[in-house]
Design a protein around this ligand. Structure first.
Ligand code: ADP
Ligand code: MG
Length: 583
């Protein structure tokens, strides 16, 4: 039990401390105010003794006159202490939750792509929204109660022992069983809380999936299926919360019943003449009142324990993400502007979750300023190969060099600055078209540059018809635009980026033949003087490449010019007939 506690709770506390440290003054003020609060509660009970022993004696009315003033004064002080402690703790905990959210969010920006491949995004969202909130609740609500009532308990015990340590030692009889119950339920609370977090992740995931794919749900009549899927995770959440509520509801009365044994024992002991006569009626009342006074804080303590353990479990879930290794960025070299000579030497790569390599020994050289077209059946590894250049994944073996420098020796920022990608899946941010084109470089480019890029990518054609022109907002992930329009924005983005290496992964697949011709011209201009890796599905793009590389099942099976490969009548010839026969 104790090792379980020290094994889990203390390290978690220690890791929370750096988040609290910047606000430690407010934290200390809060704790002091809580001590005052607990002290006043104890003082009020201790006041009973002079009240009974002196005040209720005939002839001492002077003392009684001061009691009302004293009482009001104490309550004003107690109220102020309450305000200060609650306010300061809320202030600290809101800062802690903000800092934790920011830390987790920034961690997401540094984690490797494979981390996200392996986890549902709903779970990761719920860590930022739900889990951090639980930590904050535990620290503002639960921690206030624990510390404040903790002080009250200590003060009450102090009074009892001060009055009669013999009688008060009886309380230690119930200490061990109470401690055992608390330790037992605490562990249970934490375990259930972990399940609740998982269930919340499930709820977020299911909601997110349905919202993202809601047109598919409607089109395929998947409403009943989705509703059922959601009902399952929703109910899981309810079940776990009920388990928590049940454990909470049992632990509270259990501790009180155990406590009642102590109270009973004190009364029993007092029934002996010798004990009773060893103290004044005032002392006896104070001891009994202090014991009664213990019940309310103990009740609150057992209640907030659940919330507190929930916070601990949530903090552990947050820390588990923070413990994940960042994307490897140990390179130290930087390239201000590369020539763009690309070399791949025997590159072998497998996804962490795939069985067997997806790329099996790729050798490829793209001279600076030249273009290579990658063709091959779907699933042959073309996209995978292109994601290795910006180092989204680590190689199993082999080397990729840029201007002769191993790309793992470059800093990620410097390497990625050399590359502009137009990928199959265009991602737009909920912002204006202009800001989407100038994504992440808004500060460094002029409006004219954005317009020029937009013009070259034929974005202007449809933008001119929009009410706000380039400042039109595109909606979440660009829902207000067609596939072709989105792709043109992505092309404009690549044009503006002006990087020496260009990756075009079926960059024009969403365009009709008419617009494609126009944009193809723009892309050809863009390719001039740049090294480009073009994954193409249309003949026109392929023909103009300096070299064509045919991939199949993760290997390069043919390479050469269009004419050479056709003459060979091999894999390319087949592909050509299948894919481009109709053109
Ligand atoms: P292509 O672009 O040539 O159509 P891909 O490079 O996209 O092919 O895919 C190559 C293989 O890698 C496929 O078998 C695909 O299932 C697998 N694959 C692609 N992405 C992932 C991923 N993130 N995790 C695991 N396997 C993947
Ligand atoms: Mg692909």
């Amino acid at each position: 039990m104790s090792d379980n506690k020290s094994g889990q709770v203390w390290p978690t506390f220690k890791r929370l401390w750096p988040f609290v440290r910047p606000y430690k003054q407010a934290f200390i003020v809060a704790v002091l105010a809580m001590a005052v609060y607990g002290g006043i509660d104890a003082a009020l009970i201790y006041m009973l003794k002079p009240f009974i022993d002196n005040g209720l004696q005939p002839g001492d009315t002077e003392f009684l006159r001061w009691v009302p003033v004293f009482i009001v004064g104490m309550f004003v002080l107690r109220g102020s202490a309450n305000f200060v402690s609650t306010y300061c703790m809320a202030w600290v905990s809101q800062h802690v939750i903000r800092a934790m959210r920011q830390t987790v969010f920034e961690k997401y920006l540094r984690l490797p792509v494979s981390f996200f491949d392996a986890r549902p995004s709903g779970e990761l969202i719920s860590k930022v929204t739900y889990d951090t909130e639980q930590v904050s609740r535990a620290s503002s609500g639960a921690l206030v109660t624990m510390v404040r009532d903790g002080f009250t308990v200590v003060a009450m015990l102090a009074i009892m022992f001060w009055e009669s340590w013999q009688l008060s030692s009886i309380i230690f009889l119930v200490g061990p069983p109470v401690a055992w119950v608390i330790a037992f339920v605490s562990r249970r609370f934490r375990n259930i809380s972990k399940n609740i977090q998982a269930a919340m992740g499930g709820v977020t995931s299911a909601t997110e999936q349905t919202l993202k794919g809601h047109k598919n749900v409607l089109a395929f009549g998947g409403q009943a299926l989705e509703a059922e899927r959601f009902a399952k995770v929703n109910n899981q959440n309810r079940q776990q919360n009920m388990k928590l509520a049940a454990a909470q509801a049992i632990s509270q009365p259990a501790i009180q019943v155990i406590g009642s044994f102590a109270l009973a024992a004190v009364f029993f002991a007092a029934s002996f003449e010798s004990v009773l006569h060893s103290m004044t009626p005032g002392s006896f009342v104070v001891i009994i009142s202090a014991m009664m006074g213990l019940l309310a804080p103990l009740k609150r303590l057992t209640r907030v324990n659940a919330e507190f353990q929930r916070g601990i479990a949530a903090a552990q879930s947050v820390f588990s993400v923070l413990d994940e290794p960042d994307a490897r960025d140990t390179g130290t070299q930087t390239l201000s502007s590369s020539q763009g000579k690309l070399t791949m030497e025997n590159v072998v790569f497998s996804y962490p979750n795939s069985d067997g390599p997806v790329l099996k020994g790729i050798d490829l050289e793209v001279p600076a300023g030249k273009s290579v077209a990658l063709v091959g059946r779907s699933g042959s590894g073309k996209t995978t190969l292109s994601t290795l250049l910006p180092r989204f994944y680590e190689l199993d073996s082999g080397k990729i060099r840029l201007d002769g420098v191993d790309i793992s020796e470059l800093t990620l920022a410097s390497l990625r600055q050399q590359i502009a990608t137009v990928s199959q899946q265009v991602v737009l941010f909920n912002d204006s078209i202009a800001n989407n084109i100038a994504y992440a470089c808004e500060e460094n480019v002029s409006r004219e540059q954005i317009e020029a890029a937009a013009k070259a990518a034929h974005v202007m054609e449809f933008v001119e018809k929009l009410p706000d022109g380039l400042d039109t907002l595109v909606g979440e992930d660009g829902v207000l635009l067609s596939g072709g329009q989105r792709q043109r924005i992505a092309i404009a983005r690549a044009i503006l980026r002006d990087a020496p290496i260009l990756i075009l992964d079926e960059a024009t697949s969403a365009l009709d033949t008419e617009s494609e011709r126009a944009i193809q011209a723009a892309l050809e201009t863009l390719q001039q003087g740049r090294t480009s890796l073009v994954i193409a599905h249309r003949l026109s793009t392929i023909e103009s490449a300096d070299e064509i590389v045919v991939m199949d099942q993760g290997q390069i099976v043919e390479r050469g010019s269009h004419a050479e490969l056709l003459a060979k009548q091999g894999a390319y010839f087949q592909l050509y007939q299948l894919q481009f026969g109709e053109e």
